[in-house]
Design a protein around this ligand. Structure first.
Ligand SMILES: *[C@@H]1O[C@H](CO)[C@@H](O)[C@H](O)[C@H]1NC(C)=O
Ligand SMILES: *[C@@H]1O[C@H](CO)[C@@H](O)[C@H](O)[C@H]1NC(C)=O
Ligand SMILES: *[C@@H]1O[C@H](CO)[C@@H](O)[C@H](O)[C@H]1NC(C)=O
Length: 373
């Protein structure tokens, strides 16, 4: 009896620790790393945070294809809402991929490194900025078209391998919550905040499941910013002009909570599903609260625009208001225009997304996701 007990006890402990280790490792550990010659392509979906210029090719006022957009890095306006690069540009560089082009750029049929479908102004709901942008569902239909072309070109088997090895980055949701407060408030009237958030999250879930069905396994997400104090949101309430727009905060908090519950749930349900969630909210908030700690001089006002905190979207002078302020050195700022970040800020977030700790980019960071076979 004595012998049995001492034998059993360590075995039991061993089993428990093996189970625990297994849980930790399956959250973010590889089988074999991708062989050198095999690259993981990058497919990108979402809004202006990820749009490399798709809106240049649609009929919309939501464009950034004029000076001073692009002035720092590309030296010409590419359509990116930034003075330079955006997160997918840095991630492509870190993953040793070429710059991932906008899907709508004419003549582009090389999809084996991936392609970018993101469109400024878009949301998960079709209604958000409808007619001015490419909503998430339409972006997915474009992606389906791309998978058809890949199958024709490479054959079913090779296309399947490529699609399962690819990383799918998605930034969506901000416009779904901003739109009702800026353009059409009747949208919110028939829903409580939790109901509305479920609608948005439900549509995001559908698109993830569809990509999974087509063979996608590795997903990179970003959560929503502390939008209330973003310059653009400070000028929408005329009575509290310049103050943070706190009405939006419950939606943002509910959304971020919903997404952080949704992703582990999908990982449990969908075999082989792996993800990275960047805590964009905390990373931006830290820089807005204490810019100098991260090498910025200004964390709350934008470099380019007009009005309080340069919250009026007049950067470039092409949207009705022709006079605007432009700072000398965008890299001293977190925000470039009223609602978007500088090259310098995006670089810091990209570094976190790529190789950050699980508390900022978890359970996997993108570097680990790219390395999975
Ligand atoms: C889908 O792909 C076909 C070629 O396979 C192309 O002719 C068509 O324009 C594409 N449609 C969209 C919406 O991208
Ligand atoms: C506002 O949204 C509601 C509900 O989605 C819709 O029925 C209505 O047509 C929209 N109004 C405008 C002016 O877009
Ligand atoms: C997606 O959004 C639409 C409104 O655009 C809504 O009617 C639908 O129920 C949502 N889908 C899910 C799965 O939540």
């Amino acid at each position: 009896m004595g012998i049995m007990a001492t034998k059993r006890f360590p075995l039991f402990l061993f089993t428990i620790s093996a189970i625990l280790l297994n849980i930790i490792f399956t959250a973010c550990q590889g089988h074999s790393p991708v062989p050198e010659k095999h690259v993981s392509p990058l497919f990108v979906f979402g809004d202006s945070i990820f749009d490399p210029g798709n809106n240049n090719y649609i009929n919309t006022i939501v464009k950034a294809n004029y000076y001073p957009y692009g002035e720092t890095f590309f030296k010409y306006p590419t359509g990116r809402f930034s003075d330079g690069r955006i997160i997918p540009d840095f991630i492509a560089e870190y993953a040793k991929l070429p710059l991932i082009p906008p899907y709508l750029q004419p003549g582009n049929h090389e999809f084996s490194y991936g392609v970018n479908f993101a469109s400024a102004g878009s949301g998960a709901l079709v209604e958000s900025n409808q007619g001015m942008t490419i909503d998430l569902g339409t972006q997915f239909r474009y992606f389906k078209n791309v998978t058809r072309e890949l199958k024709q070109k490479l054959g079913d088997e090779k296309a399947k391998v490529l699609l399962s090895r690819a990383v799918y980055m998605i930034s969506i949701g901000s416009n779904d919550y901003v739109f009702p407060f800026t353009i059409n408030s009747t949208v919110l009237q028939s829903y409580s905040p939790p109901e509305f958030v479920r609608l948005v999250a439900g549509n995001i879930t559908s698109v993830i499941q569809e990509i999974y069905k087509i063979g996608g396994r590795k997903f990179g997400f970003v959560n929503l910013w502390p939008l209330a104090c973003v310059p653009y949101l400070r000028v929408i309430d005329v009575e509290k002009y310049g103050a943070c727009f706190d009405q939006i905060t419950p939606y943002i908090q509910l959304h971020n909570k919903e997404i952080s519950k949704l992703l582990p749930k999908l990982q449990n349900e969908l075999k082989g599903f792996k993800y990275s969630l960047l805590d964009f909210y905390s990373l931006i908030k830290a820089r807005m609260d204490d810019p100098s700690k991260y090498g910025f001089k200004e964390g709350t006002a934008a470099c380019c625009g007009s009005g309080p905190y340069r919250g009026i979207l007049s950067c470039g002078g092409k949207r009705g208001v022709t006079e605007y302020y432009l700072c000398d050195n965008p890299s001293e700022y977190v925000f470039f225009d009223s609602g978007h970040l500088t090259d310098r800020a995006y670089e810091q977030f990209s570094e976190q997304a790529w190789s950050g700790k699980p508390s900022f980019a978890g359970p996997c960071n993108l570097k680990a996701l790219f390395a999975f076979n």
